[in-house]
Ligand binder design. Structure first.
Ligand SMILES: Cc1cc2nc3c(=O)[nH]c(=O)nc-3n(C[C@H](O)[C@H](O)[C@H](O)COP(=O)(O)O)c2cc1C
Length: 213
């Protein structure tokens, strides 16, 4: 299938030649499993790029909280800067870089909100303090002092002293439905391997292309 010589993955745990893969989500799953074993901190961290109303790109880290054939899910505040950008232009790019494996994965696609039921379930799985923090933080708004934030945390801690903490209406999940996923593996002398998978629509078959590094 592949025209490449067998590849050694000195830092990788997945054996075999990844460029022979014919389906990107299974390959992502294998690489993510490797990353969870080898990255010392936050293997699920990814850069999320959006564009603002002027078309100026904006990027920040978020955490991957789930993925399947529908796409890659993260959670955030819909009233944050990224939330407003995604409301106006529901498209995004994600980049993972796992230093311990010298691997990069890039994802691009349309963005949709996850269902309220899915967001409720994930919110319920978070620690109580993180749930209260979601109520207390007006993410990306100007904050006059740390003290003001701590006061808000104390207020919501008292408000939700008993029972479960409900999900704030603005605390939502987004799913990036990929039409492009690229895998990059560092190799000696900058002679890296790159394979891109593209598809025209969410139900269309993937097309694989090997790229020059
Ligand atoms: C490793 C890491 C993980 C992060 N994960 C999230 C996340 O999952 N959701 C989130 O809203 N912000 C997360 N943040 C904070 C964002 O990078 C960002 O500061 C915040 O969401 C505000 O972004 P915005 O002003 O562009 O909306 C994370 C930051 C780092 C460094």
């Amino acid at each position: 299938m592949s025209d490449a010589a067998p590849i050694e993955h000195p830092n990788g745990l997945t054996g075999g030649d990844f460029t022979a893969a014919d389906e990107p989500l299974r390959l992502f799953a294998a690489w993510f499993t490797d990353a969870k074993q080898s990255e010392p901190v936050n293997p699920e961290a990814m850069t999320l790029a959006t564009v603002d109303a002027q078309g100026l790109p904006n990027a920040r880290m978020v955490l991957l909280k789930g993925f399947d054939e529908r796409g890659f899910v993260f959670y955030t505040n819909s009233e944050s800067i990224k939330g407003h950008e995604l409301a106006a232009e529901p498209k995004a790019a994600l980049t993972f870089y796992w230093k311990s494996l010298q691997r990069q994965v890039r994802v691009r696609g349309q963005v949709e909100a996850v269902s309220p039921t899915e967001a409720d379930a994930y919110f319920a799985s978070r620690s109580r303090m993180a749930q209260i923090g979601a109520w207390a933080s007006k993410q990306s708004a100007a904050l006059e002092s740390r003290h003001a934030f701590e006061k808000a945390i104390a207020r919501f801690t008292a408000k939700f002293a008993i029972g479960t903490v409900p999900r704030p209406p603005y605390w939502v999940g987004y799913r990036v439905a990929p039409h492009e996923i690229e895998f990059w593996q560092e190799r000696p002398f900058r002679l890296h391997d790159r394979v891109a998978f593209t598809r025209a629509s969410p139900n269309a078959p993937w097309t694989k292309t090997r790229l020059y590094p």
